[in-house]
Design a protein around this ligand. Structure first.
Ligand SMILES: *Cc1c(COP(=O)(O)O)cnc(C)c1O
Length: 367
């Protein structure tokens, strides 16, 4: 029997919610969109939430709404999914990478401070693998140099730092609902903020530059079609209604992994951080130095255990090498960690016996 890397939890009530929309006259810009936004803002604890058609769209709108652009430096991490840096390139701003902390795998706040220049306008933090960044330290730097903060919380819905949910720290926060995330809308994303102007701009730009008051063919600014449709919004609303239950299931699967891994040599789970509650997005382990990850992965795949090398460093992607001339050695901590990470099958319906089976196969693959 095989194990996929991820699998969304689609319940009968999710299917009913989407079907209800399909039987209604509104497939776009209808009541589900507004209801999903309202419920999401309430869940995160922000004043506003603007639904969009992907996490990447949400990040792009955050950059634009905060008026970041040509020549502006934005400090961010090279250890992430590529979209968190690409959104900076969309607006001809400059991603200024800083290396990560080897324990949290998030940006190292000391390095952030050192990376600030006169042209720095913002810090784009990524809560990698659902673990909150050290927001207190990052807010301190941002306050000192008057920088905006964008939170890429696409992997971290429900995660907390000293009891406060991620997404509420920054000038804008962005979540994503691709099918491998903790909750899904198919494709989809959400920008959250407490700032009325940021919300209004994001809402207008996702809808071709229209405003709440303008007629359908009046466009007040450059806009996009980043709208979320009603089927997605209905699915999101239905999934959100049991998000805490889903997160608890994932947390339980993660605890089974941690327990089973105690018996295995050559591999360790990610570290916990005091005061921070991780939201479990993927289950990533670190292989000890000296193992050839590609061989381990090949064996696991051949036995039907899906796995993935999350994440290759962004600065070493062909695009970033071409644009900026990055090379191996530029961000050594990121590169060292990125060479040893391995994401294992992780989804809500995994049973403890499945996890034990997977870990047994992992142990065999490492030997
Ligand atoms: C998933 C993800 C995104 C956005 O993904 P979309 O596929 O555009 O919804 C952005 N940043 C990170 C770190 C992610 O994991």
């Amino acid at each position: 029997m095989g194990y996929p890397l991820s699998r969304p939890e689609i319940a009968p009530e999710d299917i009913a919610a989407v079907t209800e929309v399909l039987n209604s006259p509104h497939l776009a810009l209808g009541p589900k969109l507004a209801a999903f936004e309202k419920a999401f803002a309430e869940y995160i604890g922000t004043t506003y939430a603007v639904a969009v058609n992907s996490g990447t769209s949400g990040l792009h709108l955050a950059i634009r709404a905060l008026d970041l652009g040509k020549g502006d430096e934005i400090i961010t991490t090279p250890f992430s999914f590529v979209a968190s840096a690409n959104c900076i390139l969309f607006e001809q701003a400059l991603p200024k990478f800083v290396d990560i902390d080897p324990v949290t795998l998030n940006m190292d706040p000391d390095r952030i401070r050192k990376a600030v220049t006169k042209r720095t306008k913002a810090i784009l933090v990524v809560h990698v693998f659902g673990l909150p960044c050290d927001m207190r330290a990052i807010e301190e730097v941002a306050d000192e140099y008057d920088l905006a903060i964008i939170e890429d919380a696409c992997e971290a819905i429900g995660a907390t730092c000293d009891g406060t949910k991620v997404g509420t720290f920054g000038d804008a926060g962005v979540f994503a609902f691709y099918p491998n995330k903790q909750m899904t809308t198919g494709e989809g994303g959400m920008l959250v903020t407490d700032d009325a102007q940021t919300a209004e701009l994001a809402s207008s730009m996702r809808n071709q530059g229209r405003t709440a008051k303008s007629s359908w063919l009046a466009h007040e600014r450059l806009g996009y079609n980043y709208r979320m449709d009603e089927m997605s919004a209905a699915l999101g609303l239905s999934q959100l209604s049991r998000i805490d239950k889903m997160l608890a299931k994932r947390s339980r699967v993660a605890s089974w992994y941690k327990k089973a891994l105690e018996e295995v040599e050559g591999v360790s789970p990610l570290s916990d951080v005091e005061g921070c509650q991780r939201s479990w997005f993927v289950y990533v382990v670190l292989l000890d130095r000296g193992h050839t990850r590609s061989e381990v992965m090949e064996r696991l795949e051949s036995w039907g255990v899906d796995c993935r090398a999350y994440f290759p460093p962004i600065h070493l992607q062909p695009l970033y090498r071409d644009l900026f001339g990055y090379k191996v050695g530029d961000f050594p901590v990121t590169e060292e960690i990125a060479g040893r990470t391995l994401a294992l099958p992780f989804y809500n319906s995994l049973r403890q016996s499945d996890v034990e089976d997977i870990v047994e196969q992992l142990a065999r693959a490492i030997k």
